[in-house]
Design a binder for this molecule. Structure first.
Ligand SMILES: Cc1cc2nc3c(=O)[nH]c(=O)nc-3n(C[C@H](O)[C@H](O)[C@H](O)COP(=O)(O)O)c2cc1C
Length: 229
């Protein structure tokens, strides 16, 4: 395999990190590389907020508290809303099947069974600690931009994750944070025109943690490709 293929193949969503720090120089380099992504008419719709140390911990504490309060008082859920719909409001096949396979595959590996709400809560809560990563990044976009800019953003984010592999670093893209943009956006000092696209955990994978042995399947190109001849 060449090094590009290897970086793509080795990227996975890592859900447990060591505390080993990542220097600002490396983070900036990763963001500069990411910004080589193409974007419609070179609009470059990305904006990044990097959290480390004390500030990262403060934000995690705030969001974890909000997440716990929803578990105690489910009526609070409506107070928190993502800036955009990442998923359909009504799921359907084959996507719902893949989603279930993914969710239960991960929970199965962790010994979490269907009715075990406390364990599910605890696992999902790890999102709001960036899975223990030393660096957490929030990405925002100008709300007024069109849907195409989200395509550009995806390419930027993929560049980030692949470039991280080139430096032996690992990532987890996280839409889970979006629900709590009401807390996050003022904390990071975003302007009114900004919308949270997602969070990203960055660091070194904890290779001892079983969660990082989870591998996800893909539908093969043979299956999703039609040759028009
Ligand atoms: C934009 C985006 C948001 C995601 N949000 C989360 C998240 O909030 N929490 C999480 O554990 N995984 C999240 N994931 C990871 C997906 O579950 C994962 O990419 C998928 O299951 C495929 O697995 P892989 O990344 O290991 O190849 C997200 C992925 C993407 C692309």
């Amino acid at each position: 395999m060449n090094s590009v293929d290897q970086a793509i193949e080795s990227r996975m969503s890592v859900r447990a990190f060591t505390k080993e720090p990542v220097s600002r120089e490396i983070i900036l380099n990763l963001l500069d590389l990411s910004a080589r992504a193409p974007s419609g008419t070179n609009t470059q719709p990305w904006k990044a907020y990097v959290l480390e140390g004390e500030k990262l911990q403060q934000l995690c504490n705030l969001v974890c508290a909000a997440y716990d309060s929803i578990a105690q008082h489910p009526e609070l859920e409506k107070e928190y809303q993502a800036g955009y719909d990442y998923y359909p409001t009504k799921w359907f096949s084959p996507y719902i099947d893949r989603r279930r396979e993914n969710g239960w595959g991960l929970y199965g590996l962790l010994g979490i069974t269907k009715g075990d709400k406390d364990k599910m809560h605890a696992q999902h809560r790890k999102n709001f600690e960036f899975f223990g990563a030393p660096v957490g990044i929030f990405f925002t976009i100008d709300k007024e931009l069109g849907r195409g800019s989200m395509l550009d953003y995806g390419m930027f984010l993929q560049n980030f994750m692949i470039a991280a592999r080139g430096k032996n670093l690992d990532t987890c893209p996280q839409a889970a944070w979006n629900t709590f943009s009401k807390i996050i956006l003022p904390f990071i000092g975003a302007q009114d025109n900004e919308m949270l696209v997602c969070g990203m955990a960055l660091g070194h994978a904890d290779k001892e943690d079983i969660v990082n042995t989870f591998r996800t399947p893909r539908v093969s190109a043979q299956e999703f490709t039609t040759w028009i001849k």
